[in-house]
Design a protein around this ligand. Structure first.
Ligand code: PNS
Length: 164
């Protein structure tokens, strides 16, 4: 049973994330999509909202499970006896960050392996922060997030705009 982990802050889950999860699900028996905290980021959506969004976007992929985990990625990796972590790559700067994270994780866990999947070119320039910004100002995010969550993302960011 090959388990892979696709971790991220997913704030919110983008079409790029859906594409990576779909492709990764074909490479393993079980793909755990893990909503995790990134200490360098202050999320807009709660963990429960991010879990719900990821589940709605991925509900048609049978071997995907969406979980949340607050801790070190290597601890999650070990506890599920995973064989690889999946990360999407959009750009050279992503590659540098990923190489740094992989090196740190490898120091913490010698079995740690990571597969970097280049993301679809048409989605290479969207990010969760761009989605949040466009939705905050009432722009059209339909090309950036799944229809399963676009209304929720739009409403949530609009509320935030009105409060500020
Ligand atoms: O979607 P993101 O924000 O790029 O995801 C980054 C994430 C959550 C995968 C990363 O911050 C992470 O692994 N956090 C868990 C804590 C951890 O293990 N940190 C050490 C990584 S070097």
């Amino acid at each position: 049973m090959k388990t892979m982990i696709f971790p991220g802050s997913f704030d919110p889950f983008s079409l790029g994330h859906v594409d990576i999860a779909r492709r990764a699900s074909l490479l393993c028996d079980r793909l755990l999509v893990a909503v995790m905290p990134n200490r360098g980021k202050n999320p807009v959506f709660s963990v429960d909202e991010r879990l719900e969004m990821a589940r709605r976007c991925l509900c048609d992929i049978p071997n995907v499970e969406v979980i949340s985990f607050d801790g070190l990625l290597v601890d999650l990796y070990r506890s599920h006896t995973a064989c690889a972590v999946i990360r999407g790559l959009r750009s050279e700067s992503d590659f540098r960050n990923e190489a740094e994270m992989a090196a740190a994780n490898r120091l913490l866990c010698k079995e740690y392996e990571v597969l970097l999947l280049p993301c679809r070119m048409d989605l290479a320039y969207t990010s969760s922060s761009i989605i949040r910004e466009v939705a905050y100002y009432g722009g059209d995010i339909s090309g950036m997030v799944s229809p399963a969550i676009s209304e929720f993302v739009r409403t949530r960011l609009q509320e935030r705009n009105e409060r500020h």
